[in-house]
Write a protein that binds this ligand. Structure first.
Ligand code: PMP
Length: 365
């Protein structure tokens, strides 16, 4: 019989088994309340307890300073590509974006509906294989904010440093790497992330925003995506994604039990380093991303002979290594190493890579 499969999906992605077991245990009757978390009114005391607990735990995990609001919204990161300019332009007409791959380009396209988008730096000429170093950025002090995508989920390119942007607020799409490592929240004006990669079910979008940036949304901004109105209403201007918030709260608890984000970072670094060593050995696989900018969260690679990729992915599926295909815009192989991926999943993948290279790969020239 095949051992338990490992799900390498980029999102919705793998959740901790312990959290899923807890959800199953509590599903029909949440802690003797006579209601499932799926059935609770969002205005009642039970849900208020779930939401407050989740916010509290997230604040502790990320050491979020007191002058920040945590919002639990909907719309997905793609929605917030538009809601960020709507909320943060604050009378300005220009916003600065660092173009590093598929998702930053999507964010820029949405922002162009509302303002003039200045490309501060771009790695497009390099095929999105690196993060442009800070000293080549052209950041105008008039920009309403400077936007980065900390992990380009499609290309496997990641910021391993936090850019200095002086008085221009730094805004980050952390959809694929929020909670994969400790961050200094105070360096950012706003952080946003869809939850469905490593935090919880689809439907929840987390926004962490500094108070002084709130309150000047463009006229015409929908009430439910006006960050100030949501901050004032504890994210309950309308019905929040209640079940997703409940599950995310359990994931935050699990993360704390695992030793918090420093422990997650250690494990993610160790496992991604083992994987990149396997990619770089022997000439059968190749990763085009510059080593300092390689993602520890979503390593992407190609087979040197791309005609073997379909066979590699089929063999992976046979071994219970699921959803390793790259983003449709990029192709190749993508390995999502979210927090719930056990070391054994990485062991199994490295084992497959070695066997496949021996049997099918050509040797290095
Ligand atoms: N940004 C990044 C970095 C992503 O990886 C994704 C989803 N893959 C998105 C934004 C879009 O998220 P959603 O589909 O939840 O809107």
């Amino acid at each position: 019989m095949m051992a338990r499969p490992f799900n390498f999906a980029a999102g919705p992605g793998m959740l901790p088994q312990a959290v899923l077991a807890r959800v199953r245990e509590e599903l029909v009757d949440w802690r003797g309340s006579g209601m499932s978390a799926l059935e609770m009114p969002f205005t009642g005391p039970e849900f208020a307890e779930i939401q407050a607990g989740a916010i509290e735990r997230l604040k502790r995990l990320l050491t979020i300073p007191v002058n920040y609001h945590v919002l639990f919204l909907q719309g997905g990161a793609y929605g917030h590509f538009a809601f960020v300019p709507l909320n943060l332009l604050r009378g300005r007409t220009r916003a600065a974006y660092v173009e590093t791959g598929h998702w930053s380009r999507r964010a820029m396209a949405e922002a162009r509906r509302y303002c003039s988008v200045e490309t501060v730096a771009s790695s497009e000429p390099d095929g999105f294989t690196r993060i442009p170093p800070r000293d080549v950025w052209r950041l105008s002090p008039d920009a309403a904010y400077c936007h980065i995508t900390t992990n380009e989920t499609a290309q496997g390119v990641q910021f391993h440093w936090t850019p200095e942007t002086a008085a221009v607020p730094l805004v980050a799409d952390m959809t694929s790497d929020l909670l994969s490592r400790p961050i200094d929240v105070a360096r950012y004006g706003l952080i946003y992330a869809s939850a469905q990669k490593s935090i919880g079910p689809a439907g929840l979008t987390i926004v962490i925003v500094r108070d002084d940036l709130l309150g000047e949304a463009l006229p015409g901004t929908p009430a439910v995506f006006d960050y100030k109105r949501q901050a004032d209403a504890d994210s309950r201007v309308n019905t929040p994604p209640t079940f997703a918030i409940y599950v995310a709260g359990l994931v935050f608890e699990w993360l704390a039990e695992q030793g918090g984000l420093a422990a997650m970072e250690r494990r993610n670094r160790r496992n991604s380093a083992r994987l990149y060593a396997a990619i770089d050995a022997g000439g059968v696989y190749r990763c085009p991303v510059a080593p300092p900018d390689r993602s520890t969260t979503t390593p992407c690679f190609r087979l040197a002979d791309e005609s073997l990729e379909a066979d590699f992915l089929a063999e992976a599926r046979r071994r219970g290594l699921l959803n390793l295909q790259g983003h449709p815009a990029v192709g190749g192989v993508r390995v999502s190493l979210y927090n719930a991926m056990p070391d054994a999943g990485v062991d199994a993948l490295i084992d497959l890579m070695a066997t496949f290279a021996r049997q099918r790969g050509r040797s290095a020239p």
